[in-house]
Design a binder for this molecule. Structure first.
Ligand SMILES: [Zn+2]
Length: 410
C-alpha cells in the first residue's frame, strides 16, 4: 500500500493495440493484497485496508510509483568476456559489419564462451541477472547463441535453466544456434544449417531446454531459405518462433515471420510498410530494440508509430548482449522510445510489460496487476510514472519483488 500511483495495466486479456497501448489503468493511492506469491485483490487503499488481517505483512511504498515488473522479451544474457575493445573501435569509426567480417563481433564472443566452463558462465550471468532486477525487470527471455556447437549451446541452455531455478528473475529460454555461422563452417553455411536442423534442434527439444527457437535472418548469414528451413523444423518439434528480422538490411525477414506465423519479429529497423502490413495480417508482434540502434551509433530507429497505427501490438526490449546493446536497463529503453521513437511514456510501459508477456505465452501470468497473476512488482522512487523514463541514466527501483518476495532492495 501507499502507492502514489499503482500502475495496474488491467485490461483485455490479450496484447494491447492502437489506443489501448496508452491506457495504464492507474489507481491513485492504490493497494494490492498478495497471498502465496499471487495477486489476490487490487484496488484503492481505502477499500482494501479493512481486509488486511494479521496474517498479512504490510509493504509501504512510501508514496511512490509501483509498476508491474518489466518483462524483457529479447536478451542474450549468457556469454563470456565483453566487447569493450570493439566499442572503442566503433568510436574510432569502424562499423559493426567491418568488425564482424574481420572475425570480431559475435564470433569473438563465441570463442570466449566456448572456452568458459558452465560455472564461469553461470557466475557471469548471475551478475547480469541482478542488474536486470535492480532496474525493475522481473522476467526475461534468454537466448543461447554464443556456443554454436551442440555441446556449447547445451552448456548455455543448461546455464539458463540453472539460473531460472536459483535466481529470483524468471528466465524464458530460446535456442539461437542460428545466431552466426561459426568459424569452422565459414564458406559452407549449408553444412551448419544441416547440423542445426538434424542434430542440434532435435537434441534441444529432447532435453526440453528451450521454449522458442530464433534465427538471425540476414543475407550472408542465414538467408530466407535457410531461416525457413530451420524454423519449419523448430515448429515441427514444438518450439515457438522468433526472428531477428530486417535489422541491417530490408531482406524479407518480416514477411517470412508473417508466413510462418512467428510469435515475434524482432528489430525491424528497416521494415517498410508492406512488411508492417504483413505482420499485422498475421498477428505477429514486433519486438523493438532501440538500445542496439543507440549503441551502434546510428539513427535509424524502428517505426513504432506506423506499427501501432497498423494495429501491431508493439513490444520494447533491451536486446542485452555484449556487442550491440550492453544494457539491461528497461528505463533506458523507455527513454529512447519516447525521445527517438515518439512513443508516449504510457505506451512504452505497456510495450515493456503486458505486451511483452504475451509474446512469451505468459500474458495470463505476468505483465499486469490482476487477480491470480504472479506478484512481480517494483517500487520506483518517483511520484509520477512518467518520471521513470524522464529522469534517465539513474536507477529508480527502490525495491523489487518477484512472486511476492523481496528480490532486490536499494
Ligand atoms: Zn538480439
Amino acid at each position: 500500500m501507499g502507492c502514489s500511483e499503482l500502475v495496474t495495466l488491467a485490461g483485455p486479456a490479450r496484447p494491447r493495440i492502437g489506443k489501448e497501448l496508452g491506457e495504464l489503468s492507474i489507481i491513485n493511492d492504490g493497494a494490492m493484497l498478495v497471498r502465496d506469491g499471487r495477486i489476490e485483490l487490487v484496488g484503492a487503499r481505502s477499500a482494501l485496508e479493512p481486509r488486511i488481517g494479521a496474517e498479512y505483512e504490510v509493504v509501504d511504498a512510501g508514496g511512490r510509483v509501483v509498476l508491474p515488473g518489466f518483462v524483457d522479451a529479447h536478451t542474450h544474457p549468457v556469454f563470456a568476456g565483453t566487447r569493450a575493445d570493439e566499442y572503442e573501435q566503433r568510436a574510432g569509426g569502424a562499423t559493426y559489419q567491418e568488425i564482424a567480417s574481420a572475425g570480431g563481433g559475435i564470433r569473438s564472443t563465441v570463442r570466449k564462451t566456448r572456452a568458459a566452463s558452465e560455472d564461469d558462465l553461470f557466475a557471469a550471468a548471475q551478475r547480469y541477472s541482478e542488474w536486470f532486477l535492480r532496474t525493475g525487470t522481473t522476467a526475461i527471455e534468454a537466448k543461447s547463441g554464443y556456443g554454436l556447437t551442440l555441446e556449447d549451446e547445451l552448456k548455455i541452455l543448461r546455464t539458463i535453466r540453472r539460473l531460472n531455478e536459483s535466481d529470483p528473475l524468471t528466465f524464458v529460454p530460446t535456442f539461437l544456434g542460428a545466431h552466426e555461422i561459426p568459424d569452422e563452417y565459414q564458406g559452407r553455411p549449408a553444412g551448419y544449417v544441416e547440423a542445426l536442423v538434424h542434430e542440434m534442434l532435435p537434441r534441444v527439444a529432447e532435453e526440453r531446454l528451450a521454449e522458442y527457437c530464433d534465427v538471425f535472418c540476414e543475407p550472408g548469414i542465414f538467408d530466407l531459405d535457410a531461416t525457413r528451413k530451420i524454423l519449419s523444423q523448430a515448429r515441427s518439434l514444438g518450439f515457438g518462433l522468433r526472428i531477428h528480422a530486417d535489422q541491417l538490411s530490408q531482406s524479407g525477414g518480416a514477411q517470412l515471420a508473417a508466413e510462418l506465423r512467428a510469435a515475434t519479429a524482432d528489430h525491424l529497423e528497416r521494415a517498410d510498410s508492406p512488411a508492417i502490413r504483413a505482420l499485422a495480417e498475421a498477428g505477429v508482434q514486433p519486438v523493438l530494440l532501440p538500445g542496439s540502434v543507440y549503441t551502434l551509433g546510428t539513427n535509424r530507429y524502428p517505426a513504432a508509430r506506423a506499427m501501432n497505427d497498423a494495429g501491431l501490438a508493439v513490444v520494447l526490449a533491451t536486446d542485452f548482449n555484449p556487442g550491440s546493446s550492453p544494457t539491461p536497463s528497461m528505463p533506458m529503453i523507455l527513454s529512447l522510445a519516447s525521445t527517438q521513437m515518439k512513443m508516449t511514456p504510457a505506451e512504452a510501459i505497456t510495450a515493456a510489460t503486458i505486451n511483452a508477456a504475451y509474446t512469451l505465452r505468459r500474458g495470463s501470468e505476468l505483465g499486469s496487476f490482476e487477480p491470480g497473476k504472479r506478484a512481480d512488482f517494483a517500487i520506483h522512487d518517483c511520484a509520477d510514472y512518467r518520471e521513470v523514463a524522464y529522469f534517465f541514466g539513474i536507477e529508480h527501483a527502490q525495491a523489487v519483488f518477484t512472486g511476492g518476495r523481496l528480490a532486490f532492495k536499494r
